[in-house]
Design a protein around this ligand. Structure first.
Ligand code: ADP
Ligand code: MG
Ligand code: MG
Length: 210
């Protein structure tokens, strides 16, 4: 069963890879408005390395696969987001390494990723980072678990909230990271890291429910 779970993770990583390749240029353009423009390249390099490392570890079970993916990502991707994504991927494992993954388990995994990102990056809601999309995602999953929603509905609702929240970062001025000195230029444009996170969550949802 552990190997089957690892294979499910590979399928989801492959879906992430497709969307991050598709949107590489767009993410770079968004990051270039007030940042250094490398977010698309970083995410593409990160997911490629993560999928390669995960594939090499596929027979070792989900926890090892996710740790390999996270380590591969942060080693190769670079940038603030590379370190955060790598650690976040690794942090998903305890909640998901089981046969019967419920909404509550997915919510716990997402909460662990959020805790990891906040512990390392110290961003809070409104700082115009990926945290602005991740918090509503986690909260919607937790509410869905409490309400007893089916997994497919919970994932779809949470991804929709993350997407709306990523768009809404357009109205914010960045308070952290490379974009902070160019805060005024960033107004009217969404945060690159929130945008890529919403794309990934949407792709993962579509893959998980089909
Ligand atoms: P870099 O800024 O180092 O070039 P990227 O361009 O890959 O790295 O990623 C930029 C994104 O990282 C931002 O759009 C933002 O979403 C996210 N980010 C930056 N700093 C933080 C932080 N302290 N906590 C959470 N996310 C952050
Ligand atoms: Mg950048
Ligand atoms: Mg950079």
């Amino acid at each position: 069963a552990s190997v089957a779970r690892a294979d499910r993770a590979l399928v989801l990583l492959a879906a992430m890879r497709v969307t991050l390749h598709e949107h590489e240029d767009e993410l770079g353009r968004i990051d270039a408005i007030a940042g250094d423009g490398d977010h698309g390249v970083g995410m593409r390099r990160g997911i490629d390395a993560a999928l390669d490392a995960a594939t090499a570890a596929r027979d070792s079970g989900l926890s090892t696969v996710l740790r390999a993916a996270g380590e591969g990502w942060s080693e190769i991707a670079g940038g603030t987001s590379g370190a955060l994504w790598g650690a976040a991927l690794t942090s998903l494992a305890p909640a998901l390494d089981r046969d019967d993954v419920s909404v509550a388990h997915v919510a716990a995994a997402a909460r662990a990723a959020l805790d990891t990102v906040v512990r390392l990056g110290r961003a809070t809601v409104g700082d115009k980072t990926m945290v602005d999309a991740l918090v509503p995602y986690v909260e919607r999953l937790e509410a869905a678990a409490a309400a007893g929603l089916p997994l497919v509905d919970a994932l779809a609702a949470a991804a929709a909230d993350a997407t709306a929240a990523a768009r809404a970062t357009s109205e914010l001025r960045p308070a952290l990271g490379r974009a902070r000195p160019l805060a005024e230029r960033s107004l009217g444009h969404p945060d690159a890291g929130a945008t890529s996170l919403a794309l990934v969550l949407t792709a993962v949802t579509q893959t998980a429910i089909t």
